[in-house]
Ligand binder design. Structure first.
Ligand code: BDR
Ligand code: CA
Length: 315
């Protein structure tokens, strides 16, 4: 798996989930790239190194390479989500400097290099704005044929947006890049808010995490406390939506999801709707010539919550 993210609290939980799979020999993490979004991409890369090291993996020069990616979107100003993720992207926990350093070269170049080294093998998991993936598509027109699957957390269809009335943050942060990704001829799985919101964790789950005596569980509890404070007004009860981990889990075990296949486009011009994902839900055959995207519309919530908790407690 090649992971592209904007680390970020739910991205950090996703790194812990992936690290538990790597440590159990159930997955290989070929590399991580970071992108603007929740925070700037250098802070995101340092956070990624910190989290992987906390999870007991070698990261940086001697382990999983972590490349710094795009610092801004393709065609608009950059925005961060510090209210949701903290000044440091990790709930103002102010963790110490990581031991490893970011890799030389951009995250987009890393995507192309690893895809060329391992044609047909890589799952590209993206849980931030899609600028690095879009840039990689522009770097190498053969990229779509070299990647096994692209799994994206992003978008909203029936569910309201979480950054504007209709738009979800990862797509809204770089609509042009997202549209390039949905237009490319590769298999895309999209995990929108419609699928992630029902997986929100609440007191019982958070209490079980907090009761566990390990440094990783204490770290996860601290960052989730910040995230739950931010989420409580939206959810109208204490809890948190760990969006990105659902995309990772569906990439690993697609049987946990329910899906529909639809061509997806991104609204690029709407005054009120820029950055909104639009699917063609009319009866088939669709008149859209785009390759259909496999959109998750639901998941096995209990299995997701239990597996995520078990993964964090295993570290
Ligand atoms: C997405 O936006 C980010 O804030 C989260 O990390 C997640 O990837 C949810 O809309
Ligand atoms: Ca994210």
């Amino acid at each position: 798996m090649l992971f592209d993210c904007d680390t970020g609290i739910d991205d950090a939980l996703t790194l812990l989930y992936l690290a538990s799979l790597v440590r159990a020999g159930e997955a290989e993490l070929a590399g991580v790239g970071t992108v603007h979004g929740n925070i700037d991409p250098l802070t995101g890369a340092l956070n990624t190194l910190r989290v992987l090291e906390a999870a007991g993996l070698e990261a940086g020069e001697k382990g999983v390479p972590v490349a710094v990616g795009a610092a801004r979107p393709m065609a608009q100003d950059v925005h961060y989500a510090l209210d949701w993720h903290g000044r440091d992207g990790l709930g103002d926990t102010d963790l110490p400097e990581p031991a490893g350093r970011p890799a030389a070269g951009s995250a987009a170049a890393q995507i192309v290099r690893l895809a060329r080294e391992r044609p047909g093998e890589l799952t590209l998991l993206a849980t931030g704005p899609l600028t690095n993936l879009g840039a990689a598509l522009l770097l190498d027109e053969e990229l779509p044929s070299l990647v096994r699957e692209v799994v994206v957390m992003g978008g909203a269809f029936g569910h309201p947006g979480n950054i504007t009335t209709h738009a979800e943050a990862n797509i809204w942060h770089d609509p042009e890049a997202a549209d390039l990704v949905f237009a490319a001829d590769w298999p895309v799985v999209l995990v929108p808010l419609d699928a992630t919101h029902p997986t929100a964790v609440h007191d019982g789950w958070l209490d079980r995490l907090a009761a566990h005596d390990s440094s990783v569980a204490r770290f996860a509890t601290r960052i989730l406390e910040f995230y739950a404070d931010a989420y409580t007004p939206t959810l109208r009860r204490r809890g948190a939506v760990i969006h990105d981990a659902l995309a990772a889990m569906l990439a690993v075990d697609p049987r946990l999801g329910e899906y529909v296949q639809r061509p997806v486009r991104v609204e690029l011009r709407g005054e009120l709707t820029r950055g909104t994902t639009v699917w063609d839900a009319r009866s088939l055959p669709a008149d859209d010539t785009r390759r259909p995207v496999k959109v998750a519309v639901g998941s096995d919530v209990e299995a997701f919550q239990e597996r995520l908790l078990a993964a964090v407690l295993s570290l």
